[in-house]
Design a protein around this ligand. Structure first.
Ligand code: SPV
Ligand code: MG
Length: 558
């Protein structure tokens, strides 16, 4: 099961420090696994998969930077990569420290810096600087044993965290010196203070590794990298008393194959269609990047003006009463003095700083072709109501959100007043309500009217709007004396209100009432559940376009 992680600017520090957690894994009697990562993203993916530790591979960090595994990336460049990885994940990281980037003195500085960057362990190998990858060539020269022991001691003496681990990597088997030399070196490094021995091999079978383990008899923890002897069952490592297995380069190799295939395909097909289903969604990218946490932080820290406010515009219906005018387009795309209604609505939003606009399309959806909006579709628009359309955009109801009908026109100050009313109050939902409809009898209306009753009527006083006014009742059939105004099809949701609306939509989906419901029944349920639904009064200066008369009015309004 992939773990769901919520990343802050830095992933939150776990209760047990990473060094302590790593040491516990290294010294526990059970086999532990480190999975390769080479940047912040892959570190997150390793943690998400459930691994308890990360191998920051020299080979793959270099390759991801586009350079060779020959110390071409400087040690401080590696440190930069490690910092991103440690910020991105919460699990311990063991870094491949190559030969220590120089002599004992370089190792001292390296270890101090790794401790500062919250890295749990380093492995250093007994070869010469600049190193060459163990799988390249034969008989690579090895470091002098005493000199290498000095590096280990220098590393151990420099750590600023008691649980930081220095792992000594023995390359004697790789270089063809055989088991005795490997054991002699391992013994010396252990005596110099290494917390574990990484015994490396490039054989296709684990024979020499298992022979080493047999002779070693668990004098200190053993770490292996079974890249070439991958066929050996993991259980054999466990039985040999090995402490830790490193899956050393498999995320990088997997991504090379995927990226190569995707690039080739898009190049050849000059289209994205074929690849889309085989690649992660952009939403997945945002999820891994932790955008949700940022939206929550914005709600906490940004001033109202700086906060992102999204908008959902419900524009799925045809508008039958407009006859031939809506034959080839939905009513939101009807021209009103040179610009479609919806375009005017989008402009009003943009001018007020609401730029993240999602339009729910349905009837003649291809006619909604405005720039700078995103769209979702209610393809069942003919058999479903407004709320079902809103539900199609449920994913976008996140953080502060304005909901609007796509056929509404209003003066800019109405939207300004709504946003201000929301951002200055602790309301979950604020409805723009036209007080001129006060006392209206729905039976005399020619159309369905969204009626609203409130705790106080509109007074027009200078002080009106200073304190939030609760909406107490909404519906199409309120008694005239209950009516304080008409909802104009514009509502503001706080971040909490957005969550409540999503939850209510889900509840209505479950109880079967979603498909036919209108938006008002959503507000009605929120009021009934005791949530803070309030009104922002306006007095005219808006209209919704239902028929030819409305359209004529709309042309006059502009
Ligand atoms: C690495 O992953 O960089 C290693 C392991 O050092 S190996 O490539 O096998 O040398
Ligand atoms: Mg390496």
């Amino acid at each position: 099961m992939a773990r769901q992680l919520s990343y802050a600017l830095h992933a939150p520090e776990p209760a047990v420090s990473r060094t302590t957690a790593f040491r516990a894994e290294l010294t526990s009697p059970r086999l532990s696994f480190l999975m390769e990562a080479h940047n912040g993203l892959s570190a997150k993916i390793v943690e998400e998969a459930g691994f308890k530790g990360i191998w920051a591979s020299g080979l793959t960090m270099s390759a991801a930077l586009g350079v060779r595994d020959s110390n071409e990336a400087s040690w401080t460049q590696v440190l930069e990569v490690l910092e991103f990885m440690a910020d991105a994940a919460t699990i311990p990281i063991m870094v491949d420290g190559d030969t220590g980037y120089g002599n004992f003195n370089n190792v001292r500085r390296l270890v101090r810096k790794l401790c500062e960057r919250n890295i749990a362990a380093v492995s250093i190998e007994d070869k010469l600087f600049p190193k060459t990858n163990s799988f390249i060539g034969e008989g690579q020269p090895l470091a002098d044993v005493d000199e290498f022991c000095g590096k280990i001691k220098a590393g151990k003496d420099s750590q600023t965290d008691d649980d930081f681990c220095v792992i000594a990597r023995v390359e004697a088997l790789i270089s063809g010196w055989g088991l005795d030399e490997a054991l002699r070196r391992a013994e010396a490094y252990h005596a110099a203070g290494a917390d574990g021995i990484l015994i490396h091999s490039k054989q296709p079978t684990a024979d020499e590794i298992l022979a080493f383990c047999q002779e070693w008899e668990g004098r200190c923890p053993v770490v292996i990298v079974p890249t070439t002897y991958y066929r050996t069952p993991t259980q054999a490592f466990d039985e040999a008393g090995i402490s830790m297995v490193i899956w050393a380069n498999h995320n990088l190799r997997a991504s090379i194959k995927a990226m190569r295939e995707t690039s080739r395909r898009i190049f050849e097909e000059q289209s994205l269609t074929g690849s889309e289903k085989d690649i992660a969604t952009v939403k997945d990218v945002f999820g891994l990047a932790g955008n949700k946490e940022l939206a929550e932080a914005e709600a906490r820290y940004l001033t109202a003006q700086g906060r992102r406010t999204g908008a959902i515009v419900i524009a799925a219906s045809r508008g039958r009463k407009l006859g031939a005018l809506t034959e080839d387009r939905p009513k939101c795309m009807i021209d009103v003095r040179g610009r479609p209604l919806l375009r005017r609505l989008v402009e009003a939003f943009n001018e007020t700083g609401v730029n993240d606009i999602t339009v729910v399309r349905g009837y003649k959806k291809e006619a909604i072709d405005l720039p700078a909006i995103s769209t979702v579709d209610n393809d069942d628009y003919d058999n479903t109501g407004e709320l079902a359309s809103l539900a199609c955009a449920a994913d976008k109801i996140e953080g502060e959100t304005v909901i609007a009908y796509g056929d509404t026109l209003f003066r800019r100050f109405i939207l300004d007043a709504l946003l201000e009313a929301g951002q200055k109050s602790d309301s979950d939902v604020v409805l723009s309500v036209d007080a001129l409809a006060r006392g209206r009898d729905h039976k005399t209306a020619q159309r369905v009217v969204d009626l609203v009753g409130a705790a106080r009527p509109f007074t027009g006083s200078y002080l009106d709007g200073q304190a939030p006014i609760a909406a107490t009742k909404v519906g199409h059939e309120l008694a005239p004396e209950e009516v304080d105004g008409e909802w104009i099809g514009l509502a503001w949701l706080s971040a909490k209100g957005a969550k409540l609306v999503r939850a209510e939509i889900e509840a209505m989906r479950k109880d079967g009432s979603l498909a036919e419901a209108d938006i008002l029944s959503l507000f009605s349920r929120l009021i009934a559940a005791g949530h803070k639904v309030t009104v922002s009064y306006v007095a005219g200066h808006w209209l919704d376009v239902d028929d030819a008369f409305d359209l004529a009015q709309a042309r006059n309004l502009i």
